[in-house]
Design a protein around this ligand. Structure first.
Ligand code: ZN
Length: 230
């Protein structure tokens, strides 16, 4: 059973990160009337997927993904969506101090009891890594009593080898429909996965059910972990 949080803050770099990483968890919190704020740092405008068959192009991808983001969030009951205004694929080039301060400002303003983000060193994409680094530093810089619990998403191939099994497992089977709606909303990026999911549901593929119905996070203690360096 999910503990009732005071406020959940989600900070991730791209439209669709929230759907792949935490759609069911977010939908569950919203169904419990827990306030959830999502800061989406970029609009994913440099993405290389344009739909299949393609319906987006380099010029309009930004607008299309922005709309997809809000539609997906609506599907999972997430109404407080903030745009971070960073340029896609450039977060890693931001000045370290600036990035930490921006993350800190979000945390101080929202004052969450739980913060969901990527796991530094295990989140594959440079934007993911840069945001993850800045977030754990931002939390570490806060006075102890202001620090939210950190639940981090890791999906590098060697994550389990390096940091073990995730300690937080959420069964989100009861909100799978909302999760599928969110996936569908991100059509320019997810059409391949949507097809895999559709087929899997028809053939009772256990892999598809496992993926849809479960979400995993690592609790990250900034006191105990060796904080990542730039
Ligand atoms: Zn991403």
């Amino acid at each position: 059973m999910l503990e009732k949080e005071r406020h959940v803050l989600v900070i991730l770099p791209h439209p669709d990160d929230e759907t792949f990483g935490a759609a069911g968890t977010i939908a569950t919190y919203r169904s419990m009337d827990v306030p959830v704020t999502y800061v989406c740092l970029t609009l994913g405008e440099m993405g290389r997927a344009f739909g299949n068959p393609p319906f987006a192009n380099r010029e309009n991808l930004r607008d299309i993904r922005k709309k997809e983001l809000f539609d997906a969030c609506e599907a999972i009951g997430l109404t407080d969506v903030r745009l971070g205004g960073f340029r896609d694929k450039t977060i890693e080039f931001e000045e370290q101090r600036y990035l930490i301060d921006r993350m800190k400002a979000y945390i101080e303003e929202v004052n969450p009891s739980l913060l969901i983000a990527f796991y530094p060193g295990h989140s594959v994409h440079p934007d993911h890594e840069a945001s993850a680094r800045a977030i754990v530093h931002a939390v570490a810089e806060l006075p102890k009593e202001q620090r939210p619990t950190l639940h981090l998403i890791a999906f590098s191939n060697d994550a389990k080898e390096q940091i073990g099994e995730p300690d937080v497992h959420r069964n989100v089977a009861h909100v799978v429909d909302a999760k599928i709606d969110a996936l569908n909303a991100h059509a320019s990026q997810t059409i391949w996965i949507v097809d895999w999911v559709k087929e899997g549901l028809q053939t009772d593929d256990p892999e598809v059910y496992e993926w849809l119905e479960n979400e995993y996070f690592y609790t990250y203690d900034v006191e105990k972990e060796q904080l990542p360096t730039w």
